[in-house]
Design a protein around this ligand. Structure first.
Ligand code: FCB
Length: 444
């Protein structure tokens, strides 16, 4: 494949999904601890209490990354592991862990990329309203200050927030993620303070880590009409406004999208919408987590008057997400055109499939290999068409705790046996290793 020789190849994970050690060395409770321990919230009653035990096995995991030739590793920091009550007293054991992990990565020649918030809000803060409480902005700024002072000399890339859309809308509107609320007004408030928190954190990162790149990661999906009817076009526009522009516009233009403000108005009461201009602090890059495209058609008999409708030959992952690599290329080019110029990274892309069991020391996950081939070809074509895509992080390094679906969905390129904690490379990991090696070897 013809990727630029300085293209950055990585893999991504998140603290609550892999670390385990939930009650170890002074870690505080997070909203996912609470949510997963609430009966009926997570499939099979799974929790992240043990997960991949990465907290204890990080050296083995970094060794695996090295074996795969990864150039970068995107992990997230657990806020309640370093500040158990969200604010105030610091837990040195927690800080030490991220110090050791960072140094282990550097020793292995792997760039550490850290996400400050990948969904594990300290429960103590949630008890006071969490992301709907304006105080969270200052609390996040203080936490950012602590972490960027601690690791600022060594982290190559900082990501303030992972997918604030999910934090706000899955967490506070749809109730399927922690904290499990179903309250539209709360969700828009959460979205607002997430955006403000990002904006306030950026200058702090710059000050404490002037050498590092800094940005934010959004989950972006094309919303396309299933037919050429006017209704479907409108629905797609609405889906795009809610799913993409509600964050893109504040981050790059400093304002909420006017068409969506009209629609959401009843739920926006009490929010100082103009304050969102602080979210437009300059970023070095935008991280895009790319998983799927939405295709929508109007249907008066369906809930909300709409339903998904995909082409008859469409293929899906085990999540029910359509496999359509061209959608990723389209999104990269669109963001570049409408919101650029800014460097882009795919900070997550990957798939869950019902993998076969490990045999002879490998998992033959041919579907994931095909998935990666397709999406990497799309990445390459987007670059050729002018998208400033600088790197790609596969989701995920390890099979892990997939939020409300628990351990029932495996996204890793490395298989994890959750009983024995044994790691086994999948064919996709070997494919990725070879691709990285070939890409690095090519003449500049
Ligand atoms: C993304 C999340 C990540 C993982 C993937 C499958 O939305 O950022 O933690 O769960 O989906």
């Amino acid at each position: 494949m013809g990727f630029p020789s300085d293209f950055l190849w990585g893999a991504a994970t998140a603290s609550y999904q892999i670390e385990g050690a939930a009650q170890t060395h002074g870690r505080g409770e997070c909203i996912w601890t609470r949510f997963s321990h609430t009966p009926g919230k997570v499939q099979n009653g799974d929790t992240g209490d043990a997960a991949c035990e990465h907290y204890f096995r990080y050296q083995e995991d970094v060794a695996l990354m090295r074996e795969l030739g990864l150039q970068a590793y995107r992990f997230s920091i657990s806020w309640p592991r370093v500040i158990p009550a969200g604010t105030g007293k610091i837990n040195t054991a927690g800080l030490d862990f991220y110090d050791r992990l960072t140094d282990e990565l550097l020793k292995a020649g792997i760039q550490p990329w850290a996400t400050l918030y990948h969904w594990d809000l300290p429960q103590v803060l949630e008890d006071k309203g969490g992301w709907t409480n304006p105080d969270v902005v200052k609390q996040f700024a203080d936490y950012t200050d602590l972490m960027t002072r601690q690791l600022g000399d060594r982290i190559h890339g900082w990501i303030t927030l992972n997918e604030p859309w999910c934090s706000a809308f899955l967490g506070y509107m749809m109730g399927v993620h922690a904290p499990g609320l179903k309250d539209d007004a709360a969700a828009y408030k959460a979205a607002h303070y997430l955006l403000l928190a990002h904006g306030e954190a950026m200058p702090i990162i710059r000050r404490n880590a002037p050498q590092a790149k800094a940005g934010i990661t959004l989950n972006l999906s094309p919303h396309v009409p299933a037919t050429d009817s006017e209704e479907d076009a409108k629905l797609a526009q609405l889906g795009d406004g809610f799913g993409n522009r509600w964050f893109l516009d504040p981050l790059f233009k400093g304002v909420y999208p006017a068409d969506m403000v009209e629609i959401a108005r009843p739920a926006l009461e009490g929010i100082d919408l103009a304050a969102v201009k602080v979210a437009a602090a300059p970023n070095d890059f935008l991280g895009i987590n790319y998983y799927m495209r939405f295709m929508v058609t109007s249907d008066p008999t369906a809930p909300g008057g709409r339903r998904e409708q995909f082409p008859p030959d469409a293929k899906f992952t085990e999540m029910g997400w359509e496999i359509y690599p061209q959608g990723m290329a389209d999104m990269l080019l669109r963001v570049h055109k409408e919101y650029g110029p800014i460097d882009l990274y795919i900070t997550e892309n990957g798939a869950a499939f019902p993998d076969p069991a490990p045999t002879n020391g490998v998992v033959e996950d041919s579907q994931r290999v095909d998935f990666l081939k397709g999406y990497l070809a799309a990445a390459e074509s987007a670059i050729a068409a002018g998208a400033p895509l600088k790197g790609y992080f596969v989701w995920s390094l390890l099979d892990n705790f997939e939020w409300a679906l628990g351990y029932s969905r495996r996204f890793g390129v490395v298989h994890v046996d959750f009983k024995t904690q044994q790691r086994t490379l999948k064919r996709s990991a070997l494919y990725y290793r070879d691709l990285i090696a070939a890409s690095v070897a090519q003449p500049a």
